[in-house]
Design a protein around this ligand. Structure first.
Ligand SMILES: C[S@@+](CC[C@H](N)C(=O)[O-])C[C@H]1O[C@@H](n2cnc3c(N)ncnc32)[C@H](O)[C@@H]1O
Length: 205
C-alpha cells in the first residue's frame, strides 16, 4: 500500500521569515559571487541562519565549499561539512567531486573554523557537538533528502533549524521534486517554510 505523507507548507518572504524565526542578519564574503537571483537569496538566508546559530553547524554536501564559506564566515562556531569521494557510494542525483576540489573556496579564503569529512551522509556517525543549524544540500534523491533530515534531527540541539536546499513545491525540475518528496516524508504532518524567490533588487541589504 502506498503511504501518503502530508506536509503543511507556508511559502514566505525572507523578511517575514526573519521575523517569524527571530533571525540575526548575516553577511556574504565579497569573494562569493551569486550565479543567479535564486542563489543569492539562498546565500542571504544561509548567512542569516549561520549568524543566528547558537552552536556548531552541519552542512551535508560541501562541493567546492561556496556555501561552507558563507556559513563559516558568519559564525565563531565550527562548521562540520561532509562530501563523498568518488570511491564512496551515494545516490543518483549527485555531483562527483575529487578530493582536491572539495572545499576549494574556503581553503582559498583561509577560513579555519571548518571540519571537513569525506564520506556519504548516509554512513556518517557524527561525533561533534550538537549543531544548532543543519544545511542539507547533498545527494538530491528522495531517500537522501529524507534520511539526511532524520539524521540531522537526531543530532540537532534544542531550538535549532534544518534547511534543505532546492526545496520548491512549485518546481518541475526532477531533482527539486525529489527533494520535496523526501522532505514531505520527513515532515509527515509537520509545518515547513518555503522561502519565496523575489527579484534580487528587492533583496539588496
Ligand atoms: C549541490 S552540491 C552542494 C553545494 C554546496 N552546499 C554549496 O552551497 O556550494 C551537492 C554536493 O553534495 C555531494 N553529495 C552527493 N551525495 C552525497 C552524500 N551522500 N553525502 C554528502 N554529500 C553528498 C556532491 O558530491 C556535491 O558536491
Amino acid at each position: 500500500m502506498m503511504q501518503i505523507y502530508v506536509m503543511k507548507i507556508e511559502t514566505i518572504e525572507l523578511d517575514d521569515l526573519v521575523d517569524v524565526l527571530g533571525l540575526t542578519k548575516g553577511t556574504i564574503p565579497t569573494q562569493i559571487k551569486p550565479a543567479n537571483d535564486r542563489r543569492r537569496l539562498d546565500d542571504i538566508f544561509m548567512s542569516y541562519l549561520a549568524a543566528t546559530s547558537k552552536g556548531d553547524i552541519v552542512e551535508i554536501g560541501t562541493s567546492y565549499g561556496r556555501g561552507t564559506c558563507i556559513l563559516a564566515s558568519n559564525t565563531s562556531h565550527t562548521v562540520h561539512t561532509i562530501n563523498p569521494l568518488p570511491e564512496h557510494h551515494t545516490g543518483q542525483i549527485t555531483l562527483n567531486m575529487t578530493k582536491k576540489d572539495i572545499g576549494k573556496y574556503y581553503i582559498d579564503l583561509g577560513l579555519k573554523n571548518i571540519c571537513q569529512y569525506y564520506g556519504s551522509s548516509i554512513d556518517w556517525k557524527y561525533e561533534g557537538s550538537p549543531p544548532n543549524f543543519c544545511f542539507i544540500d547533498g545527494c538530491h534523491d528522495k531517500k537522501y533528502a529524507y534520511l539526511d533530515g532524520v539524521m540531522c534531527e537526531k543530532i540537532l540541539s534544542d531550538g535549532g533549524w534544518i534547511a534543505w536546499h532546492d526545496f520548491d513545491p512549485n518546481s518541475k525540475e526532477y531533482w527539486v521534486r525529489e527533494v520535496v518528496a523526501g522532505v514531505r516524508q520527513w515532515a509527515d504532518g509537520r509545518k515547513i517554510y518555503h522561502l519565496k524567490l523575489r527579484s534580487l533588487e528587492s533583496l539588496i541589504i
